[in-house]
Design a protein around this ligand. Structure first.
Ligand SMILES: *[C@@H]1O[C@H](CO)[C@@H](O)[C@H](O)[C@H]1NC(C)=O
Ligand SMILES: *[C@@H]1O[C@H](CO)[C@@H](O)[C@H](O)[C@H]1NC(C)=O
Ligand SMILES: *[C@@H]1O[C@H](CO)[C@@H](O)[C@H](O)[C@H]1NC(C)=O
Ligand SMILES: *[C@@H]1O[C@H](CO)[C@@H](O)[C@H](O)[C@H]1NC(C)=O
Length: 321
C-alpha cells in the first residue's frame, strides 16, 4: 500500500535522528511567545507550519461558500465511547480505547473512505470572546471541539495517517455558552478536575458521541491541515453549521488546566488557538441550503451561517494576542 510505503521510507530516513529529537520538540512548542505558532516551522519536520499553502484554521466567509448538493449527510456511529481524557499540556484530548476503534467508522458526505474516530480535542482561550480555531466572518466562538478520525481503508493507525494523503478527517463543532449544558460535553468537563497537570488522565466510560454532535446534517468542508505541529496537510475538515451549548462554568474548568507536569512550576494552558491561516485559492464547499431566487434568468445567491436564536447578538472579533 502506498500509505505503508511512505511511512517505511520516512522510518528509515529518520530512524536514529527522530526518536531523540521528537520528545524535545514536542515539549518545546506552545501557543505563545518564542515557541508559539509563528515559530513552529523552526523544526525542519514541521516546515509546513511555515510554508504550507493548505493550512488550518481559516476564517470562513459565508458569501464565498460554494453550494454543493452532492454533499450528503455524514454517517456517524451511534455507539457510546470509552477512553482516556488526558491533559497533554497543549490541550485536553480524549483518546478512544484501542479495542473500540473498529466501532467508530465515519463515512459519506465529502469522505471517500472510511475514517475511524481516534481522538477528540477541545480548543479554548483565556476568555469566552475568543476560543474557536475556525472563525465565521471574522467571529470566534468560546471553544471548538475537534473530533479527529483517520483513514481506516488506507492506513493502519493515526500516526501513519497523519502523513498520508487523505489521511485524516476532522469534524469541528463550535461551542457556545447556553443555559443548559450539552450532556456529552458535561461528562468531559466533569473529569477536568482530575487532570490539572500535564500527563494526567481520567478514564471515561459511555461518552455519547451522538449527543456531542450538533443536530444537523449541514456543514462546510475544505482541505486543510492539522492545527498543531507538524501542520500536516492531510486533513479533510468538516465544520458543522450549528454549535453545541455548554455552561459558562465549564469554560472556567478548562482554563484551570496546566501546561506542566505535577512537580514543575505551573503555568495555565489558558489558550490553544492557532491564528487563522490564508485560504489561498481553496474552495469551501457546503450543503447548507439557501434560498434560490430565480427571477428572470438571474440567480441571486444568499448564503448564511445558521446560528441558534440562543446565541446572543454580541459580535465577536478575535482579540489581537
Ligand atoms: C471500518 O472501516 C474499515 C476499513 O474500511 C473496515 O475494514 C471495517 O470493517 C469497518 N468497520 C465497521 C464496523 O464498519
Ligand atoms: C502504525 O502503523 C505503521 C504501519 O503499519 C507501523 O509501522 C507503526 O509501528 C504503527 N504505529 C503505531 C504507533 O502503532
Ligand atoms: C489511560 O491513562 C492512564 C494514565 O495515564 C494509563 O495508565 C492507561 O493505560 C490509559 N489507558 C488507555 C486505554 O490509554
Ligand atoms: C427581473 O427581476 C427584477 C427583480 O425582480 C426586476 O426588477 C426586473 O424588472 C426584471 N427584469 C425583467 C426583464 O423582467
Amino acid at each position: 500500500m502506498l500509505c505503508n510505503w511512505i511511512t517505511r521510507f520516512l522510518d528509515i530516513l529518520f530512524l536514529s535522528f527522530a526518536s531523540a529529537q521528537t520528545s524535545i520538540w514536542s515539549n518545546w512548542w506552545t501557543y505563545d511567545g518564542i515557541s508559539g505558532p509563528r515559530y513552529w516551522g523552526l523544526n525542519p519536520e514541521w516546515i509546513l507550519c511555515q510554508v504550507g499553502k493548505y493550512q488550518s484554521p481559516i476564517d470562513i466567509q459565508p458569501e464565498k461558500l460554494l453550494y454543493d448538493p452532492a454533499l450528503t449527510a455524514i454517517l456517524f456511529p451511534s455507539k457510546k465511547m470509552n477512553g482516556n481524557l488526558t491533559n497533554t499540556g497543549h490541550d485536553v484530548t480524549f483518546h478512544v480505547e484501542d479495542d473500540l476503534l473498529p466501532h467508530f467508522n465515519v463515512t459519506s458526505g465529502p469522505l471517500q473512505y472510511e475514517y475511524r474516530i481516534y481522538q477528540i480535542k477541545i480548543h479554548f482561550a483565556h476568555s469566552d470572546v475568543v476560543g474557536s480555531e475556525h472563525l465565521i466572518n471574522g467571529l470566534s466562538f468560546p471553544a471548538e471541539v475537534q473530533i479527529m478520525a483517520y483513514n481506516a481503508d488506507l492506513c493502519d493507525n493515526f500516526t501513519q495517517a497523519l502523513v498520508s494523503p487523505n489521511g485524516l478527517a476532522i469534524f469541528a463543532i463550535f461551542v457556545e455558552i447556553g443555559p443548559v449544558g450539552n450532556e456529552a460535553f458535561t461528562i468531559l468537563a466533569d473529569n477536568l478536575k482530575y487532570i490539572p497537570s500535564k500527563g494526567q488522565s481520567s478514564w471515561i466510560s459511555g461518552l455519547p458521541l451522538n449527543i456531542l454532535l450538533p443536530r444537523t446534517t449541514q456543514y462546510m468542508t475544505y482541505e486543510g491541515s492539522t492545527t498543531q505541529p507538524g501542520c500536516q496537510e492531510t486533513v479533510t475538515w468538516v465544520i458543522f453549521n450549528k454549535p453545541i451549548y455548554v455552561l459558562k462554568e465549564q469554560m472556567f474548568e478548562l482554563r484551570k488546566l496546566n501546561q506542566k507536569g505535577g512537580s514543575d512550576q505551573q503555568l495555565l494552558i489558558e489558550g490553544n488557538v492557532r491564528p487563522i491561516m490564508p485560504l489561498n485559492n481553496r474552495v469551501i464547499r457546503t450543503n447548507i441550503k439557501y434560498e434560490n431566487k430565480i427571477k428572470n434568468c438571474t440567480v441571486t445567491k444568499e448564503v448564511f451561517y445558521e446560528v441558534n436564536t440562543l446565541r446572543n447578538n454580541v459580535r465577536r472579533k478575535r482579540e489581537g494576542r
